[in-house]
Design a protein around this ligand. Sequence first.
Ligand SMILES: [Zn+2]
Length: 509
Amino acid sequence: MSFIGWMLDVARDQSPSPARLHQLCERSLAAGYNAFGLYFEHRYAYPSAPFAAGPGALTPACVRELVKTFTPRGLRVIPFLNTLGHMEGFIRSEGGQHLAESDNIWSLQLCPSRRECVEFARGLIADVLPVFDDEWVHIGGDETWELGNCPRCAARAAEIGKHGLYAEHYGELCRWVLKQGRRPALWGDMLLQHPEAIAGIPRETIIFDWQYFNRPRDSTGKFRAAGFDVVCCPSIESYNSGWCFLGATQRICDEHAEDARAAGALGVLMTTWEFMFFSPFAAIEPLVFAAGRRLSRGEPWTDAIRTEAGEAFVRAAAILGEQIPAASAAIAPGTWRLLRDRFVIRQNPFELWKAWRADACGAPGDQILALCDQLDGIIARADSPAVRELRLPVQFHRVAVSWVRVAEKAAGHYRRREFGACVDALERSADLIASLRPELKRVAAEGGSASDPARVDRLIEKVHTAAARVCTVPTSTTWLPSFETLTHDYYMPGDQAAWRTGDKQTPLV
Ligand SMILES: [Zn+2]
């Protein structure tokens, strides 16, 4: 394999400093990588889209410095933009609303039928070309689920199909990139979903075939048969778990390397995603570089992790990445980030109580807490920065279990009409959530998720709101709103049935 790269997702509230990126590039070279990708969406200070450059966005000066320092030493620095789907950071900025495909503030996509959108996308690419001097420029193209939504696109799709919309947009952009003397790259998922679009994409385009849960043999084979150069893309499974599904990550990485070689692909790009929702990059960083050692030199996984982060990290990783997920079926490999989704993403911690209370309050919860104790011991004894970065994931698991247990106690008090004790328990549970704040603030100060400290505040606010509601329930009748209803975002005092309450698109569940 000639290409061995990895990609950092800075698009989700990340602000890595130039020194931090420099350090990551140094480690990339040491691990055997020959390419480092920066996936940034709106998190780049594009001269053509100044309205979208939020605090801490990557700057051209920072990238130039990286390119100047590391390209001569054998590390390519490759830009990963997006130019149709995943444009939410632009669309949700003041001044970018008009770019949306759908008449909905939650639209993620540009409209490929409006010239201003196509020009906007081209402007973003034009901004980065003189800064990144790599031959390749990745222009995204994944998850364009809104194809054909707006009236103009719907009319065109009736004639040329959704695949036609995609092929015209990316055919034109790829040809334009080629005219600038560079090779365009696209994610492969939409071409697999709309195979008729493949004919419209110039064959000089490199397809990044991301298959995070299945080996890429079949899909990469299709792209190779169609005449494309392909890069096979596994992922570090952190975005879908409480820390990382370690065994699954190692398996998918190895399968991609094997299939890439067999299919004559250019190589492998290890992707990393979504270091928000209490999942900092630094906590899985050694795995990225261990993957580099594995891909470039075939080192055994455990040796590679030990070399990157030491023996204590190896032991801690086995607990966090294997034993804890195995303790509860709801957070096992193959499930979808229950703790992060129900505790953090949905912005109401009672969602986790509803989804996980049997396990958290039972033997699986006991086991997770015992494993967290072991991890605390490992972290306390280890004199290693890499191991110290595991404090947050350990604390996250401990707080998730402990919080659900206190919420369950509060629900019991409520059911027995012990309202004072219920409120006390809820206030205690808010302190548990607040205990996450110092680490999240540290991570934010070091360039990690800028929003996670505010997410803690939101969760605490929901707990306080629930406590305040407990104080106002009627005591003159035997009727009480259920605790599930009372703690729901849509709760309305006196609305016993909660029929059509809140948003009818997302009914009370
Ligand atoms: Zn449209």
